[in-house]
Design a protein. Structure first.
Length: 322
């Protein structure tokens, strides 16, 4: 049933895409176990940078509309800087295309020194206000799963203090902050002091931050790498999840040897059980964006339209399993 998008050549990738498209078009409207699927509320989100697509915000809107996406990743700093009339044009284009905004990226650098963090935090309030004007309610970032100098508890305290300050600024503008844990074993095991790399640990940090507007960015790759389970996902509520990434893993590579930057589009190989992952999200009523983030060179080498076409086919195949 699954077609592997081999990491070989652009020609091979396009050949496999054709097979994947044919497979997706023949799917029934039933879940993987034969039961009627839970009606999904999540939206299929175009995240251009994650699939090698380039273009400004209006070009992204056009691509998303042409290929059947339901939301797009906002270019936050650009949108926040727009005067009212230009912002209205963007919003009108979004409405005409039936698109919603996904999660913007957090521009504050909280992983480095105190001066760098303070500078980013100082610039955040006007940006957050601009995002609110644009109708953006979600923002996401990721955590390094280890440190060469800070112990786990030192990292935990620093992250809680810094991200609490960020979250308070965003809360003033009704924006939720999502944080992604990195579960890739080949990353966190090479650190002298491993840090958060599971959902449970991330929830501990969210509780410590305590602002009420923080949650998790869930990635099927990191969920799989962390040995997290469906039971872990079902401990969450919709409001606990800010954004979702859907990915698959290369076949023929041991789980503990997988490399973070060499992934596949969802449902490409079936190594990651994305159907089970999505069933759990549908069960909790998750209603936010779901994007593909495969870090896949053959996909990145495609022109914009073929890359979008490959991605929406994979996303639609994935949600059909949920």
């Amino acid at each position: 049933m699954h077609t592997q998008l081999k990491s070989t050549t652009r020609r091979a990738f396009l050949r496999d895409l054709a097979l994947l498209t044919a497979s997706a078009s023949s799917l029934s409207l039933r879940a993987a176990d034969g039961t009627a699927p839970t009606k999904r509320k999540l939206t299929l989100c175009l995240s251009p940078g994650s699939i090698g697509v380039t273009g400004n915000q209006m070009q992204t809107i056009e691509l998303a509309a042409r290929h059947g996406f339901e939301s797009i990743e906002p270019q936050g700093e650009f949108l926040a800087s727009l005067p009212a009339d230009k912002l209205a044009e963007v919003q009108a284009s979004m409405k005409a295309a039936g698109l919603l905004f996904g999660a913007a990226g957090l521009p504050v650098e909280f992983r480095q020194g105190e001066d760098k963090f303070a500078e980013g935090l100082k610039n955040l309030p006007p940006l957050a206000a601009g995002l609110k004007r644009a109708g953006i309610t979600r923002m996401g970032t990721w955590l390094m799963p280890g440190s060469s100098s800070l112990s786990y508890i030192e990292s935990f305290r620093q992250h809680a203090r810094r991200l609490r300050a960020v979250a308070r600024v965003l809360k003033d503008q009704d924006i939720r902050l999502g944080m992604e844990y990195v579960g890739t074993k080949t990353i966190w095991t090479r650190q002298r002091y491993p840090f958060i790399h599971t959902l449970k640990e991330m929830r501990d940090l969210i509780a410590e931050i305590g602002t009420g507007n923080t949650g998790v960015v869930l990635d099927s790759w990191h969920w799989w790498q962390a040995e997290d389970t469906v039971a872990d996902l079902l401990t969450l509520k919709n409001e606990d999840v800010v954004s979702v990434d859907l990915n698959d893993a290369p076949s023929g590579v041991a789980k503990d040897q997988q490399v973070d930057g060499r992934r596949e589009l969802p449902c490409a190989t079936g190594v990651i059980d994305v159907g089970t992952f999505l069933k759990a999200l549908n069960q909790i009523g998750y209603d936010g964006p779901a994007r593909a983030e495969p870090f896949n060179k053959p996909l990145n080498d495609l022109e914009n339209d073929p890359a979008c076409a490959a991605t929406i086919v994979a996303l639609k195949k994935a949600v059909a399993l949920g």
